[in-house]
Design a protein around this ligand. Structure first.
Ligand code: FAD
Length: 395
């Protein structure tokens, strides 16, 4: 048939929004849409720090994709993308092949370890349901092991990176530790949580007053900060920091950086840290029929600086991307992508958060409520009231 084929790679924030908008805007038989994702569920990445620490269930952080899209309108393919062949307009999957007329790439990021020795091998990362399960089980197991071998390093936890995901995870871990201490009869004074950051401040780029507030909250919860201290090497039993000091720890979680997806580099696109600088319509340079969104793309603000990769921008790009694919099929003018910043919230564990919304600073309980509203708003956008009731955290 000569119905155009649209293939969307990745059912993350960008991919899901693209798919949902396409199924709404396309007319019957106007295009064939295929959505490819490694898992048959979508994960709510912005929640993952909670199940990683064990302060929430895994099930609150994922949704079956079949509940989010209309499978009469979109073909869902559960598979892993191995390669994109742009010249042949083909996508190679682990177990098959797809051809496309229009391609949307939203495969999300990968951890960036900046070449720190041992980091890839010995540190865990918060990036998927599977990696989150590892962290959660590992942390708990250290308590069980400690009760048998009394190795102090089992009670030391190192989080590399004090950006948004690092801070949010450290906060949950600090909330979780007292619970584990009670469960395993461990003296809480023996436990150490280190948050190590190479930059001169935690939450670089965020409001300094709120950064100070956030650090105070976390220090009170027992977190030891090592700010302006680079991790030089990661070992199976600790990290070497600064001038050669070793922090003994059996648990190392790296949140220090993310980059684009290696599949994009391998496809031959020009990249900066694995991300493609897209044009104002979200297209890959030189390709009118390839759109790149979310953590895989690099989009510059009017001052010429790239926006940080967030769920917020990925979702908004998904909406514009869908409109532009439809416009291309109908031979209409594409729409420019304009980011509308709804603000930033960082959760600091139970009942605490910091936020900047519309230039206004918020902290404490009010900011924590805002975080919940942001989360529920997302659930509402992708799944309506039923999803909010099913996955929302109301307390
Ligand atoms: P993703 O949401 O990462 O989705 C990519 C999808 O592609 C996934 O479903 C994945 O399984 C799939 N995939 C990957 N590779 C393949 C392959 N080879 N084959 C098939 N499928 C594949 N942002 C915010 O705005 N606010 C927050 O509060 C916030 N908190 C965060 C907290 C944590 C702990 C983390 C890790 C991130 C947080 N972020 C937050 C960032 C946000 O999650 C990302 O920017 C966002 O998920 C990017 O969306 P995306 O669509 O580009 O990719």
């Amino acid at each position: 048939s000569n119905i155009p084929k649209i293939v969307i790679l990745g059912a993350g924030y960008g991919g899901i929004l693209t798919a949902q908008r396409l199924q709404k805007e396309l007319k019957y038989n106007e295009a064939d849409v295929t959505l490819v994702n490694r898992h048959d569920y979508h994960y709510i990445t912005t929640h993952l720090h909670m199940p990683a620490a064990g302060t929430d269930t895994i099930e609150h952080s994922r949704v079956p994709i079949s509940k989010l899209i209309d499978e009469f309108k979109i073909d869902l393919v559960k598979s892993t993308v191995k390669e994109i062949r742009v010249q042949e307009k083909k996508v190679i999957l682990e177990d098959g092949l797809l051809t496309y007329d229009y391609l949307v790439i939203g495969l999300g990021g990968e951890p960036e370890t900046f070449g720190i020795r041992g980091m890839k091998e010995h540190a865990m990362t918060i990036r998927s349901i599977n990696s989150v399960r590892m962290i959660r089980e590992h942390v708990e197991y250290q308590f069980a092991l400690y009760k048998n071998d009394r190795r102090e390093s089992r009670l030391n936890f190192v989080v590399g990176g004090a950006g948004f995901s690092g801070i949010e995870f450290v906060a949950e871990l600090a909330d979780r530790i007292p619970v584990l201490c009670r469960e395993f009869d461990v003296d809480p004074n023996r436990v150490n949580i280190y948050n190590v950051e190479a930059a001169p401040t935690a939450l670089p780029g965020f409001d300094p007053e709120l950064v100070e507030y956030a650090m105070d909250v976390l220090k009170r919860k027992g977190v030891t900060f090592r700010i302006g201290v680079p991790i030089k090497e990661c070992l199976p039993d600790g990290v070497i920091v600064g001038e050669g000091e070793k922090i003994q720890a059996q648990t190392i979680v790296w949140t220090g950086g993310i980059r684009g997806n290696h599949i994009i580099e391998d496809a031959g696109f020009e990249v900066m840290r694995g991300r493609v600088k897209v044009d104002e319509f979200l297209r890959a340079p030189g390709y009118d029929h390839i759109f790149i969104i979310g953590d895989n793309s690099l989009f510059f603000n009017p001052e010429g600086r790239p926006y940080p990769p967030t769920a917020q921008i990925a979702m908004q790009q998904g909406v514009t991307c869908a409109r532009n694919v439809v416009a291309a099929i109908r031979r209409r003018q594409p729409h420019k992508f304009v980011f509308s910043n709804k603000g930033t919230v960082a959760s600091l564990g139970k009942g605490e958060a910091v936020a900047v919304v519309g230039g206004r600073k918020m902290k404490g309980w009010t900011a924590a409520q805002l975080k919940k509203i942001v989360d529920m708003r997302y659930l509402f956008i992708i799944g309506g009231i039923p999803l909010v009731l099913k996955k929302g955290r109301f307390f």
